[in-house]
Design a protein around this ligand. Sequence first.
Ligand code: ADP
Ligand code: MG
Length: 466
Amino acid sequence: MARVKQKMFLFLCLLVILYIFLCHFYRPLLDDKFLELNKCPACYGKKLCKHLFNTEVVLNEHKLNIISVFNVRNVFLGNIANEKVVFKKLAHNWELQRFDSLLGAATLRIVCPLGDCLPQHHAPGDGLREVLKFYDWNVSSLVQNEPELFEFSDAVKCPSVRTIEFLFKSFQEHEATSGSDELLENFVTQLSINPEPLIMMAFRAKEPVFAEVLGACGRLVAYAHAGVPLTDVLDRPWLERVRYALQLLQITQALSTGPMALYLCDPRPENFAVDDRGKVWIVDAENIILVDSKANGMAQDEHENDGTGCLDCFSFSQEDLCSHATTDHNYFAICKSLLSSTPFERSIPGGLLRDAPTWLTEDFPSVFLLIEICSYPAYSPYRKLSGNILTFDTKSGARVPSWGVNTPAKMEECEGNVSSQGQKECGSHNVSLGSPNFATMGRRKAVEYLISIFNKLLNMKLPGKF
Ligand SMILES: Nc1ncnc2c1ncn2[C@@H]1O[C@H](COP(=O)(O)OP(=O)(O)O)[C@@H](O)[C@H]1O
Ligand SMILES: [Mg+2]
């Protein structure tokens, strides 16, 4: 019996390995079926089609070949002409099917409100047109009255007419080619299935931190390739990684300010890329909550994400984000997910700034303290002040910041009385921070200090130090 079980187990393992192997080498054909062109205008657009098909016809097939598969979520790396691009269907196949069947159900409810009609089938494109007509082509009204269609769309989690208008305006500018009805249908399809391209287009002009959207053909969107994921740069020289950290903090500030705030809800390192010139990009904007910070009734006091929705993992309250004009949520997201010495993600062990050079940890101990201040809320049970020494400690106390420099002895020596007198000079490259009160400092302030220290570090001539 045991032998049979063993054989069964081996057989299952073989099947799993074969499945993974096949997935890895799976190359979809860029045909109408894969692009789901028959679903249009319940698709993302058609602007890219001409380009895709022309490229395929004019150039040989190597010029437009899908060369590798990132993961099972329909994300493919490819080339158009000689440019590296990323193709995304923006959802799993089951999510696309779910959209079609929800749309079908909504159409039926609208064209046959009493449910006494003969069974009839509406193609998604026709269905979407009926549904939009019913709501007078008013997207806000559609979002409000057909919530199931937008259940997975973080962009409309905080209801706001202004947010939808804002996204549509930039989509219109970007996709100037199609007629206005079709444009609205493409917009609604993206908004429902995955608003990523809409967000990337809308904010790219203001903040060039999102990968460039090249266009859509059916249910496929092409993006400019923005580089390698953050997880692939952990072994680069430390100062190089400081450049990335600085950009991440600047992104944090930029997304958190202005009339439309963007809150990162999936700040995993894989969702950020670094290009050949060392520029950091956001490449996954699916899980971003948009907040119209000027909306009526917003609480004006800053919301502090206390991060205690779950221990040692990323959490937030959607209600709090939606109801406050400002929040330190993004600061928490970036600092604790990417920069802290004990980041949430196992894929970035030790954080982006791990393995700092010894002289740095001696001369700039505040860098690492400030990163942890940004990672934990001011009144976190993990932020501990004993005497005048500030330390961080998660759960059991086993995971204190691992650079060694934040030990009480070092802090005392280099930073002086941290609770009230600010910092003493410590080492020849130290940056004076004035008199910061580390014990009660908020995340925003910590990031301001970090940015000024990182800028100083990057401007220093330090031969042989890195
Ligand atoms: N524009 C891009 N440039 C470079 N890499 C990208 C780009 N878009 C996505 N990727 C890579 O593909 C991976 C999967 O894409 P993503 O949109 O994050 O899909 P998922 O929704 O499955 O997380 C990302 O983690 C990133 O490494
Ligand atoms: Mg992702």
